[in-house]
Design a protein around this ligand. Structure first.
Ligand code: ADP
Ligand code: MG
Length: 495
């Protein structure tokens, strides 16, 4: 297990003050992560998002009689990679079960899932809550299952439509223990899982497209007690902002029910983003309601330890480890390291710039100049107009004294809009710091001669010296090295 990388400092208990006492909320998540595969879990149909309705449907997905599911080995591999990335035990033996229910967008009349023998056992992740500490969230298991289709109720006033494109797409359901204690922790847990899966390449984590969704289980209990309260499950959420609103609303609702002398009924609820409330959808269903049984169309899945070990050896460096390495190797702060490693691409970009240069300066430039500009223009690092190589060259021009910090920023803007080699652009636009003492001295003398009264004042009052630094910078079109100018001005004034 690579859990040695983030020191655990459990956040302080979060207390909710009720009317009659203090409460704590308890949250567990069931996260549905769509496997980043080109074809479905048991059929060769495409998983492409946004295709015309019912164009990505194989006979298997439409449940035509006599069709048999064929397992997609790539999806199995992605689930194993995800399990390894979450420090989970990989089960070499797993089985697929049928979960029986009727819904118009489920032509089979059952969903193929894994109840009794899921593909992974328990795992653990660390969720950094910024200044509030690092929370350990245990993973109960991951199982694979088919997604259902989509019923469309808003296309016609009288009719509903069914789109089977999503039917049979592979989902990994990641189930956490009830280890989460606040809405922010729930959001951060989802974002951490998303980040890990994006590093692994096993799930795109695009919440708007629905390829990462969560069922959120919420209960409350009196502060400083250990037993779990009765929970409600809020279904199918795909926004971390709504998840936080839903948890807050739901915890307060349950507290009000209990303080009013009632009891919380275990049930499935829906969040309404328009009202910010949750409402009852159905009473809680139990596993036996679904008449689960092993799918007779599929053999048990047996993995070889060697194959799993091969996948493990091939895992990329994951965020926790990357952060601690960046802190050590480049001497940057943990918060900066966390920002640089948010995405694998930005971490790679940083390393390409920092290699053989001042790590802190590279981090500052990427976070402040590059990320700042990318954010402003809603771009990602992938389509950054300035490459790591170009930023590296700009930094080199600063460190060899050719450019002042100010000039370097102007050059960055030019590279951003015009492209090209920074050194050549600087040359073409006459961006060059004046560093030879003679010329600067000359400019300083001129400024002092041109303003004899100010010079007189400045001799007795060092604070007026700034005026001359400004004059010299102006006279040299901002090209004089400001540190040298300031030194010379002060020397000439006798300070
Ligand atoms: P089920 O078998 O009904 O699906 P599980 O035991 O698998 O229930 O739990 C489902 C999810 O609910 C898990 O994420 C778990 O952490 C969470 N959970 C279970 N009990 C509670 C509780 N009392 N409060 C909050 N979350 C809970
Ligand atoms: Mg469950």
């Amino acid at each position: 297990m690579n859990t040695d990388t983030l020191a655990v400092t459990e956040p302080a208990p979060r207390v909710i003050h009720g009317i009659k006492g203090n409460w704590e909320m308890v949250v567990g998540l069931e996260i549905h992560a769509q496997v980043a595969s080109r074809s479905k879990l048991f059929s060769p149909a495409s998983t492409e998002f946004g295709a015309a309705p019912n164009t990505n449907v194989h006979l298997i997905d439409a449940a035509m009689p006599g069709m048999l599911p064929v397992i997609n080995a790539f999806c199995i591999e992605q689930a194993v990679r995800t399990g390894l990335g979450l420090n989970a035990k990989i089960n070499l033996y797993s089985e697929f079960d049928r979960k029986n229910y009727f819904y118009p967008d489920l032509p089979q009349g059952y969903q193929i899932s894994q109840l009794y023998h899921p593909i992974t056992g328990p795992g653990i992740i660390h969720v950094d809550m910024g200044g509030d500490g690092v929370r350990q969230v245990r993973i109960d298991h991951i199982h694979l299952e088919q997604d259902a289709g989509k019923s469309l109720h808003d296309m016609d006033p009288e009719l509903s439509f069914v789109d089977l494109n999503r039917t049979g797409v592979a989902l990994m359901e990641i189930v956490t223990f009830p280890d989460i204690r606040s809405p922010e922790e729930a959001a951060d847990t989802i974002l951490k899982l998303r980040q890990i899966m994006r590093y692994l390449g096993t799930c795109d984590g695009n919440m708007q497209n629905g390829n990462l969704r969560a069922d959120v289980n919420v209960s409350v209990r009196p502060s400083e007690t250990d037993t779990l309260g009765t929970r409600c499950e809020i279904k199918n959420m795909n926004s971390t902002r709504f998840i936080q609103q839903a948890i807050t609303y739901e915890a307060n609702r349950q507290i009000a029910v209990i303080e009013d002398g009632g009891t919380v009924t275990q049930e499935t609820r829906l969040f309404d983003p328009n009202t910010g409330r949750t409402r009852s959808m159905r009473s809680k269903e139990e596993a036996h309601d679904y008449r689960y049984f092993p799918c007779p169309d599929l053999l048990p899945l047996r993995l070889e330890q060697e194959w799993v070990d091969g996948i493990k050896a091939d895992l990329p460096e994951l965020p926790d480890r990357k952060i601690s390495r960046f802190v050590k190797q480049y001497g940057i702060g943990k918060d900066d390291a966390a920002r640089l490693t948010a995405e694998r691409k930005s971490a790679d970009y940083f390393e390409a710039v920092a290699q053989g240069r001042d790590g802190r300066q590279a981090a500052n430039w990427i976070i402040n100049e590059l990320f700042g500009r990318l954010n402003k223009e809603s771009r990602t690092i992938e389509d950054s107009p300035v490459s790591a190589e170009q930023i590296g060259e700009i930094l080199d021009l600063i460190s060899d004294g050719s450019l002042s910090g100010r000039m370097a920023k102007d050059l960055f803007d030019r590279v951003w809009s015009e492209g090209g080699r920074p050194a050549e652009l600087a040359e073409a636009h006459g961006m060059k710091q004046m560093t030879d003492t003679k010329s600067i001295e000359h400019a300083v003398d001129r400024a002092l001669n041109d303003h004899p009264e100010q010079a007189e004042k400045a001799r007795s009052n060092p604070r007026v010296a700034g005026f001359f630094v400004g004059q010299v910078m102006k006279a040299t079109n901002g090209q004089a090295n400001p540190t040298m100018v300031s030194e010379l001005v002060n020397r000439k004034l006798g300070h």
